[in-house]
Design a protein around this ligand. Sequence first.
Ligand code: ASP
Length: 438
Amino acid sequence: MLKVCKFGGSSVAGSEQFKKVKAIIESDEARRIVIVSAAGKRDSSDHKLTDLLYLCDAHLTYGVSCNDILAEIRDRLTGIAADLHLSYDVGADFDAFAARLTKGFPVDELVSRGEYFTARLMAVFLGYTFVDASECILFTYDGVLDKEKTYSALAEAVEKYGRVLIPGFYGSLPSGKIRVMSRGGSDITGAVAAAAAHADVYENWTDVSGILMADPRIVKDPKPIPKITYNELHELAYAGASVLHEDSVQPCMEAGIPLNIRNTNAPDDAGTLIVDSVEEEESENDRFITGITGRRNFDILTVTKRNMDTCNTLSRALAILSQYHVPIEHITLGLDSFALVASSAALGDTLYDIIADIRKNCRADNIEIKDNIALVASVGRKMSSHPGISGRLFKALGDNNINIRTIAQGADELAIVVGVENSQFETAIRVLYDGFAG
Ligand code: ASP
C-alpha cells in the first residue's frame, strides 16, 4: 500500500501544525510520499509565505527595499526550526538566497522558495529525503508538464529513497530554470506524484473535513460529502464550488487513483473520497443530491424568430459569440426562439455589438436581454435513476416564491441548473439544501 500525502499551507503554517503532520505520517506506514505547500496563515491576520514572496518581487521591481519582508519570512522559518529543535540551519540557507536577490531576479524562482524552505524543514522533521521539485517536476519549454520525464524522474526518486518529501507548486524547464504553476499548484504536484508512483490513494490534507454539500457562508453547517465521483466534482467545480486546483484532478482520474480530502486538524474524520464510480448499493445514504452550488451575474439573451431554421440560426448566433470570445453556459431551445446564457463579465462592453450582429446575421425578429441572473446547480449522480427529483426541486423553489428564469439539465443528467434572480441566489441554495440534504 502506498499513499501520497499533500499538505496545504494551513497544515504547515507553524510548528504546531508540523507536529500534527508528523503524527499523521507516522500513524500510517503507507504514507511514504509527502508534498507540502509553503507555510500559510496561522491566523486571519497572518500572511502566506508565497504572498510575502510575491510582495518581495514587487518591491524589487520598483526598487523599494524588501528587507523587512525578508526578515519576516526568515523569522517564520527559523522559528519553526527552533521550536522543533531541527538540526537544519535554515537561517543560513535563507541568508544565502536573500543575498542573491536583486532587481530582475527570476520571479518564479523567488516565489518558489516558500515551498522549498518549508519542504526542507519538513523533510528533516519527518526524517524523509528531500527531493527538489526542480529535479522531478519537469516542464517542456512551453511550460506544459513533460509527463513522461516527470513520471520517470519521480518513480526513480521514490525507488531510490523510499520516503520522500517534495516541495509543491514548482518544477523546472529544460534549461533548469525554475517555473511555478498557477496559485494552489501544490495540489497538482501531489496528483502527479500519485499517478507517477501508482499510489493506492492520493490524500490531500487541508483544514476542512472534506467537500461540503454547500457553501458554509450561505448554508449553516452544511454536511460534508462522504463520496463523490470525479464527474460530479467536475460539475460542482464548474458551477462554482472551489475545492481543489482544477488541474489536480486529471492525473488521478486518468490513473484511476482515488483522491481523499482530509483535515489535518481532525485526522480521524474520513473526509471526502473522490472516486471513478460508486456502486449504488454501497452508497451510504438516500440523498439524491451530492452538492449544491452556483454563481451570480449571468445574462440571458433570448432570440426570437418566427419559423426559424433552428440549426442555421443557432449556429450563426454561436459563431458570433465565439468571435467575441464569450463562452456559453447554457442553451435552451423553443419553437420560434432560443435563449443563450453567458456570464455578464464575459459579455462586458461587447454586449451591444453582439446583439447588433445577431440581429443582422440571424435576421432575428426580436432579442431580449435579462441580466442579474444567478445559476444554481444541483449535482448528483443518483438523480438520473430516480424519477421525480426535478419536480421536487422546482416545487421547493416555487413554494418559496423563487422564480425560475431558465432551466438546464446536462445531457449526462448529473446536474440540474436553474437560473434565478441574483437577489434570490442565496435563498435558492438554502431552500434546495434544506429540501435535499437530509
Ligand atoms: N503556495 C502556493 C500558493 O499559495 C501554492 C500552493 O499553496 O499550492 O498558491
